[in-house]
Design a protein around this ligand. Sequence first.
Ligand SMILES: Cc1cc2nc3c(=O)[nH]c(=O)nc-3n(C[C@H](O)[C@H](O)[C@H](O)COP(=O)(O)OP(=O)(O)OC[C@H]3O[C@@H](n4cnc5c(N)ncnc54)[C@H](O)[C@@H]3O)c2cc1C
Length: 459
Amino acid sequence: MTRTRPGGTLNRRHFLAAASAALLPTPALAQAGASDVDVVIIGGGAAGIAAARRVAEAKRSYVLLEAGPRLGGRARTESAFGLKVDLGAGGFAGGDGTLGASALAAGQPLVPLPSGRRLFAEGREVRESAYDAFTATLGAARRDMLAAIEGGKDVAAAQALASAPPPAKGTPGSDGPWAATVAQFLGPLSCGRTLAALSALDLARRDARPDDTTSPFGVGALMEALGAWVNVQRDAPVTLITNGGRFHSVSVRGQRTPIRARAVVLAVPAPVLAAGAIRFNPVLPTRLVTALRAIPAGYLEQVAFRLAGNPLGLQPNETVLVKANAGAPALLRGRVHGGELHVLTFSDAAARAIAEKGAEAALPLAQAWLRANFPGAETAVSEVVASRWGQDPLIRGALSPALPGQGAQRRIFTDTVQNRIFLAGDYVPETGWGTLAGAWVSGEAAAGRALRLFGDGPA
Ligand SMILES: Cc1cc2nc3c(=O)[nH]c(=O)nc-3n(C[C@H](O)[C@H](O)[C@H](O)COP(=O)(O)OP(=O)(O)OC[C@H]3O[C@@H](n4cnc5c(N)ncnc54)[C@H](O)[C@@H]3O)c2cc1C
């Protein structure tokens, strides 16, 4: 049986979703008509959904407030050319944390992604020896970065590589013919910013496992399915959080009465908090605001297009990295779910242009990338569908890497705020930041800490 909070509706879709989740724990919902709950969760992305499920399992009253019309946040499955495609997280590390296990336990199908990526240069796949050279350069770059941060020092990641001592004779170094490609891969293509604008400490500590799992229906659709039975208010943007002593009051735009909560899990993106889109009374501690400003958004945008007949000769869901050249760097995911859709992920300046102008900027960028790397293929692309995360006021970027010198700031995000606010989201984990699996784990962890306020769970 499902009851909803005031303002929520129990329609047929919700009922079916709840019924299909019959094997899942019955969520402990807020009393209809009441404005007090044990936990308010703000933000319906992976972190918020995971937190809500954890609180529901503990049979505490709660509500998940999502500003937009749907759940999933930066995991969003769109329709492009009549086909489903993820224009945010398109996969995740299945063995990293609990997301994969939660999906399987909920009866959601998962499929493996091809391991590794294919490397192309000048229109064709490189030889085996070039793969070895690339891998060695990548390994050397990681070693140089670790050496540069010894003793807790932090510099720009580019500086860490530039100032690395020359490698011992016979050992590969982080320079050489693949250095620029490695720099693009580690910087813009993974973090949305160049190595010159990234903290070596933050990057070296990042230990995100490669994505090896996806959903055949889309990762965004998977998120919606995992949130299907939670007690959620959509189109409910939180505007103000007030510390009222025994409770925190959470104000939602368009709702006259604030919701009072004994604990708050705050699962909105870091750039949204840094921009002051939610007001706090009293204001957030200065050191937290400083830390949020130390991890400004990196930009990634995705561009989907159709290529019939597999002209690039790719396996389903294969990722292609090309050798750095004069054009804008991008990572290609080919033949999404085995179909005709391909997705290019652009970063940094190109991503900002796409965020600002949409398809008007995305189409020429995609065509230029194809012309430079698979000459002739560009003639088949006359229409694209593009993400615009950087323009979305509820998201404001792709992920949140630290600025040079600021890598140590991330540890602040696990501190409890005003005794009752717990931060969750992909920017929170010190090592697994910037990933869907990391966001999921951080949501569960924040909910666990909130529940301990009530004496639930281990101290
Ligand atoms: C282009 C792109 C590609 C990516 N690819 C991958 C990938 O392949 N693998 C991977 O692991 N990760 C990937 N990521 C990263 C991954 O998508 C994120 O790390 C993850 O989705 C973040 O989840 P989250 O819950 O922390 O935040 P979000 O998913 O951003 O959720 C935050 C939610 O808060 C809501 N919100 C904002 N303001 C308010 C408010 N005032 N009141 C209420 N709600 C509010 C938002 O609407 C949103 O739904 C990618 C990201 C992008 C942008």
